[in-house]
Each structure stands twice: as structure tokens, then as C-alpha cells.
Design a protein around this ligand. Structure first.
Ligand code: NAD
Length: 252
């Protein structure tokens, strides 16, 4: 079993909590890095109770200093970051023609530039040590588009292209970069979207579920399984890849 150090942004809840828990169960020492320190602490505690090793650390991925300082804290408390999972994300559903430039900036800052900031903070050390895994959480929206999510889809498409390019640049250094694209996943963000849709939340979720060939939403653990594989030593010859975990919804 590995004891490598993993840094999971947005690790407190939803998909990020699922990733943190799965990595913890697989022996990784996990830094649950989130804007919401209180919930991150609960998640880290649950990992500890299940026999894993985890700490909670505050991070705001829209702030370069905050990212650097979180990475430093993790290095001091757990060891140098060997696995970075860029999972923190945010969206609001809106027709593109109603969006504002402030909204574009917010979406890009969290969903796209957040991954750039974390990568710049941790990849140099990975290259120096000759080992690293970056796993970026994209979205099927970034592969095939998604109504009411034009800017978010662009940011996630950017994540996929960024991952491929960084993967090429560090390919000879023992560092891999891959993207996992979740389909509709049962998380607080999805429930919030359904509640705010103006229709009955159950109907919205029912519609999403019917569109998935497997006829169920993803559970965060489904996404986490793919992340854990890319993070593993066994995946050393796989880089620049984009994997949809969406019950067959996207087969591109
Ligand atoms: N849920 C889905 O259906 C779905 C589908 C495709 C892709 N995704 C992607 O998966 C990832 C996780 O989504 P989720 O549904 O679990 O979301 P969520 O809103 O339930 O959880 C997101 C977490 O990120 C944290 N976060 C937000 N902004 C942050 C910041 N600036 N710095 C640090 N942490 C921050 C939040 O505190 C929260 O803990 C996102 O990148 C999202 O775009 C989700």
C-alpha cells in the first residue's frame, strides 16, 4: 500500500470528499484542502476514524498566496505533495446571453485558474523529485457542452487542454497529468442546482437520471475510483488522458 501525500482541493464535501476518503482508504496521506475548513476537518476526521491519515487545510484556489501557504503547511505536516487533485469548482446555471463579465471571471478563476495555481505550486517539486501525479477534475460539459453552462463548459474544456499540454511538458520527469470528467453526480452542488431550478427538484434529478444509460447518478465514490487509479504508481505510463465517469452518458 502507498503512503504518498495527496492534496485534494475542494476536498471537504461532494466529489472531493469522496476522493479524499478513497485515497485515505488506499493508504495515501491526504490533505483535505478547502475554503470551508470546518467541513474539511469533519472529512479529515472521518478518514482518520476509518484508519487513514488526513489533515484539513484551508485553501482558496482563487488566491495564489493561499495556495502556496496551504502547500507549505502540507509539506510541513505530511510531507511534500506527490499527488495533486484539482477538484474545487463552482458554477451557476444561466443562459450565456444573460451572463456578465464578472461572472465569467469568477467561473474561470475557480474552475480554470485554480488548477493553474495549484499546478505551479506543486509541479516544480514533483519534477525535481522525479515523481508526481496531477489529476484534474473536468466535466463532461467540457467535452460535449451543457446547456446553461457555457462559461463553465469553456473552463472545463480549458482544463482538458491544459492537462494535455502540461502532460507533454513533464512527460519525461515521472510526472503524469490526467483529467477525470464526472457526469451528473449526487453532491451538494447538484442538489443546490435542482432546488434552484424553479422546477420540482426530484423531477430535475429524475430527468438527469433518465439521460444516463446506467439510469443512476454517479456517487462521489465512482469518480474517486478513477482518480485513485490515475494517482497510483500503476498508472505511470498513462498521461494526457481524459476519462469520463458518467454511466455511459458520454462516449466521446
Ligand atoms: N456534481 C456534479 O454533477 C459534477 C459534474 C461534473 C463535474 N463536477 C466537478 O466536480 C468538482 C466537485 O463538484 P461537487 O459537485 O462535489 O461540488 P460541491 O459544490 O458539492 O463541492 C465543491 C467543494 O469545493 C470547495 N470550493 C469552492 N470554491 C473553492 C475555492 N475557491 N477554494 C477552495 N475550495 C473551494 C467548496 O467549499 C466545496 O467543498 C467540481 O470541479 C465540479 O465542477 C461536478
Amino acid at each position: 500500500m502507498t503512503a504518498r501525500v495527496a492534496f485534494v482541493t475542494g476536498g471537504a464535501q461532494g466529489i472531493g470528499a469522496g476522493i479524499s476518503q478513497t485515497l485515505g482508504a488506499n493508504g495515501f496521506r491526504v490533505a483535505v484542502a478547502d475554503l470551508n475548513l470546518e467541513v474539511a476537518q469533519d472529512t479529515a476526521e472521518r478518514i482518520g476514524q476509518a484508519g487513514g491519515t488526513a489533515i484539513a487545510v484551508h485553501v482558496d484556489v482563487t488566491d495564489t498566496e493561499s495556495v502556496r501557504s496551504a502547500v507549505k503547511t502540507v509539506a510541513a505536516e505530511l510531507g511534500e505533495v506527490e499527488i495533486a487533485v484539482n477538484n474545487a469548482g463552482w458554477d451557476d446555471f444561466m443562459p450565456f446571453l444573460k451572463t456578465t463579465e464578472d461572472f465569467w471571471d469568477r467561473i474561470l478563476d475557480i474552475n480554470f485558474k485554480g488548477a493553474l495555481r495549484v499546478s505551479q505550486a506543486v509541479v516544480p517539486g514533483m519534477v525535481e523529485r522525479g515523481f508526481g501525479r496531477v489529476v484534474n477534475i473536468g466535466s463532461d460539459a467540457g467535452r460535449v457542452g451543457s446547456s446553461l453552462e457555457a462559461v463553465y463548459s469553456g473552463a472545463k474544456g480549458g482544463i482538458i487542454a491544459f492537462s494535455k499540454t502540461l502532460a507533454r511538458e513533464v512527460a519525461t520527469k515521472g510526472v503524469t497529468v490526467n483529467t477525470v470528467c464526472p457526469g451528473p453526480t449526487d453532491t451538494p452542488a447538484l442538489r443546490k442546482f435542482a432546488d434552484a431550478s424553479g422546477q420540482e427538484a426530484d423531477k430535475v434529478i429524475g430527468g438527469m437520471t433518465r439521460s444516463v444509460p446506467m439510469k443512476r447518478l454517479a456517487d462521489p465514490a465512482d469518480i474517486a475510483a478513477a482518480v485513485a487509479f490515475f494517482a497510483s504508481d500503476a498508472a505511470s505510463y498513462i498521461t494526457g488522458q481524459t476519462l469520463s465517469v458518467s454511466g455511459g452518458l458520454t462516449m466521446a
